[in-house]
Design a binder for this molecule. Structure first.
Ligand code: GSH
Length: 268
């Protein structure tokens, strides 16, 4: 059944409209879930247009990202990708041996339900960078900027703190969190080895890995030790991220410097 209240009522058939935060200044989006979906769309070569949620529009699940496709909304990055794989017949991006499929599922959980919490934890301590040019300082000016800096950031930080306590990471010491992050990085680096992507050819899981690792590398974290550890102890992970960036995000610098959400990324 078509969704009511579409953000894009004059949609084009089989074109994805990705609703997410505007572009930030240090990374295309500080939402790893949005970066995951957008990277997947690029890997899968699915036509899409970004639409800013203007910090207000949310999915039926009360979150971003969400997509609109053929007049229907779909929420939650993982469910969105499942739907896109099915709709656009991109099962080759999920094709793995039974054993690799199990390993990929375990890595998905490591990335999305463990490593991702480092970023949430960092933001639960300090999200003030989001109000600077690294975040949304250049977009949120005047009254909006004042409200973001003096009201919304505080609310967000408190919410992140509550979420971290509920998840468990909030009870750890900083040293314990760094130790846990290093184990995850070692596991990713070990799986990658000298391969181009986690399972050889590029797969859906690489979009997930790219999205969460990019937050650690390109956005402020509570400690530089995690980024330093990746750079010194897991250089294959750095090469991996750069490989995905070069191939699928050649417009990375342009999109963060201009805040244009629909930069040309495919080589003509
Ligand atoms: N499981 C969701 C998580 C999405 C999510 O956490 N989105 C954040 C922004 S990065 C959000 O909308 N937070 C607002 C809220 O939860 O109230 C997904 O994969 O899409």
């Amino acid at each position: 059944m078509p969704s009511t209240n579409l953000i894009k009522p004059d949609w084009e058939k089989d074109h994805v409209y990705l609703i997410q935060f505007p572009r930030a200044g240090s990374i295309p989006t500080p939402s790893s879930y949005s970066l995951k979906v957008e990277t997947f769309l690029r890997i899968a070569n699915i036509p899409y247009t970004n639409i800013s949620n203007d910090f207000t529009k949310k999915s039926s699940k009360g979150q971003i990202p969400f997509i609109e496709l053929n007049g229907r909304q779909h929420a939650d990055s993982s469910l969105i990708i499942d739907h896109l794989v099915e709709h656009f017949e991109k099962t080759s991006l999920e094709f793995l041996s039974t054993s690799d499929k199990s390993t990929a599922r375990a890595f998905y959980t490591l990335l999305e339900h463990h490593l991702a919490w480092i970023t949430v934890y960092s933001r639960s301590l300090d999200s003030s960078w989001l109000a600077t040019d690294k975040g949304y300082g250049r977009i949120l000016t005047g009254v909006k900027g004042f409200a973001f800096k003096n009201l919304i950031l505080g609310q967000m930080t408190r919410k992140y703190r509550g979420n971290c306590m509920a998840q468990g990471i909030g009870h750890f010491t900083k040293e314990e969190i760094i130790g846990e992050a290093k184990k995850d990085i070692d596991a990713i680096s070990g799986q990658l080895g000298s391969k181009q992507f986690l399972f050889g050819d590029i797969k859906t899981i690489d979009a997930t890995a790219f999205a969460h690792l990019s937050q650690l590398l390109y956005t402020p974290q509570f400690s530089d030790e995690i980024k330093n550890y990746i750079e010194t102890s897991a250089p294959n992970v750095i090469d991996y991220i750069n490989r995905i960036k070069v191939q699928y995000w050649p417009d990375w610098d342009e999109t963060i410097s201009t805040a244009n959400m629909n930069t040309e990324w495919k080589k003509l």
